[in-house]
Design a protein around this ligand. Structure first.
Ligand code: PLP
Length: 432
């Protein structure tokens, strides 16, 4: 049944798993094991040679994690996925799978602070240059591209600016050049399917809405299977030239019998094998549990957030509310084109009293948690200028949209009256 369905409500409950063949258990078991017994030496060597897919060692793959991978690939409209230990590992692997020292990537400026740091410092130290461009003008991606550009990277609904990314426009620039668009869809699961708009790869921090309950750190890369990596071999050498770390395999050729999965197979068999950022099976179980109710939770996050946006817009202490529904012109058109069923669970606002008012506001909250996370069932708040974005230079903070009085809210599933009551008393205490 699930195979025939396109509905996320059904896929979130059924895709990739029916019942345990030996016990009949309905809930996916947590396969808390490091290793898997081979049936014979022949079987073992077939697995290592990739002639047969199967379990070898949990750093490379695990049956609980595999259910999550299959389920998320089905929901997203992709062909296969790779679970990882964190969203950061997913972002890093998604690029390291295509780019090496001397290569470059063009990225949107509108990024999570941790991704910005990874790109501007750690990848740079590894010899991978990330060129940041303003996504307001999609053609900036074309201008920043040269023969060593291996990928484009962006977030669907990036905070703090909450400007929806022009997915189809940028994907269309890259495709004829052999440059795939990688989308971080962490903030917009179910309300956006980037692969439908031409993205080639989707990454998630499952720590956020997918898990949904603030219990586990994890990440995921989903291969759209919709990008012809072999059409431009000189553009994508890591997938089209012999890999000395895997008996000289050329990934686009070696994976042909398995379908269009060269990208995700290389990420697993090379990067995960060598760098080891594996998702724990226990966390995979937590994400599966979260995923089951995501189709119910996401609309409520969106609904509560819209009510907070409308309420804050009428407050004298607030100079600006940042949310896709508040944008005009092109920004609004993109929000309406790419987000379906709501504008997400995040919003930002600026307090008239600047940095000090921002701090007083946060310290006065009683229901909202003051945390760095987003996408929890509980409502969350943070003042990015003094926390998540504090390591960035003033110029970098501005490029990412953080100002001194900016407060970010991740709206949870509590009753809207209680959410508004807490915001009301904290605004009064901020004395802006
Ligand atoms: N991408 C986005 C949009 C995020 O918000 C985050 C975390 O806040 C990450 C990636 C990194 O994810 P993780 O914290 O799971 O490493």
């Amino acid at each position: 049944m699930a195979e025939g369905s396109k509905h996320p409500e059904t896929l979130a409950l059924h895709a990739g798993w029916r019942a345990d063949p030996s016990t009949g258990a309905v809930a996916p078991p947590i396969y808390q094991t490091t290793s898997y017994q081979f049936e014979s030496t022949e079987h073992a060597s077939a697995l290592f040679a990739l002639q047969q897919l199967g379990n070898i060692y949990t750093r490379l793959g695990n049956p609980t994690t595999a259910i999550l991978e299959d389920r998320m690939a089905a929901i997203e409209g992709g062909v296969a996925a790779l679970g990882l230990s964190s969203g950061q590992a997913a972002s890093a692997f998604s690029l390291q799978n295509l780019a090496r020292a001397g290569d470059n990537v063009v990225s949107s400026t509108d990024l999570y602070g941790g991704t910005w740091n990874l790109f501007a410092n750690t990848l740079k130290d590894q010899g991978i240059e990330v060129r940041f461009v303003d996504p307001a003008d999609p053609s900036a991606f074309a201008r920043a591209t040269d023969e060593r550009t291996r990928a484009y990277y962006a977030e669907t609904l990036p905070n703090p600016k909450l400007r929806v990314f022009p997915i189809a426009e940028v994907a269309a620039i890259g495709r004829p050049l052999g440059v795939p668009l990688i989308m971080d869809n962490t903030a917009a699961p179910l309300i956006c399917r980037p692969l439908d708009h031409g993205a080639a790869v989707v990454v998630y921090s499952t720590t956020k809405y997918v898990g949904g309950h603030g219990t586990s750190i994890g990440g995921l890369i989903i291969d759209g299977g919709n990008f012809d990596w072999s059409a431009h071999p000189e553009r994508q050498p890591l997938l089209n030239t012999p890999d000395p770390s895997y008996h000289g395999a050329v990934w686009t050729e070696a994976t042909k019998p398995m379908g269009p999965v060269a990208y995700i197979i290389r990420a697993r068999t090379v990067l995960l094998r060598d760098l080891g950022a594996a998702m724990s099976p226990f966390n995979a179980f937590q994400f599966l549990q979260g995923l089951e109710t995501l189709p119910l939770r996401m609309p409520r996050h969106c609904e509560n957030t819209q009510k907070v946006v409308d309420w804050l817009s009428g407050r004298r202490e607030v100079t600006r509310v940042i949310h896709p529904s508040r944008q005009s012109g092109e920004g609004k058109a993109r929000a309406e084109r790419y987000l379906k069923g709501g504008f997400g669970g995040l919003l930002g606002f600026e307090l008239a009293g600047g940095r000090d008012a921002g701090r007083r506001f946060i310290d006065a909250l009683k229901l909202f948690y003051h945390v760095a996370n987003i996408g929890d069932a509980r409502s969350l708040a943070i003042h990015p200028a003094s926390t998540t974005h504090s390591q960035l230079s003033g110029e970098e903070q501005l490029a990412t949209g953080v100002t001194e009085g900016y407060v970010r809210l991740s709206i949870g599933l509590e009753h809207i009256d209680d959410i508004l009551a807490d915001l009301d008393q904290a605004l009064a205490a901020a004395g802006a």
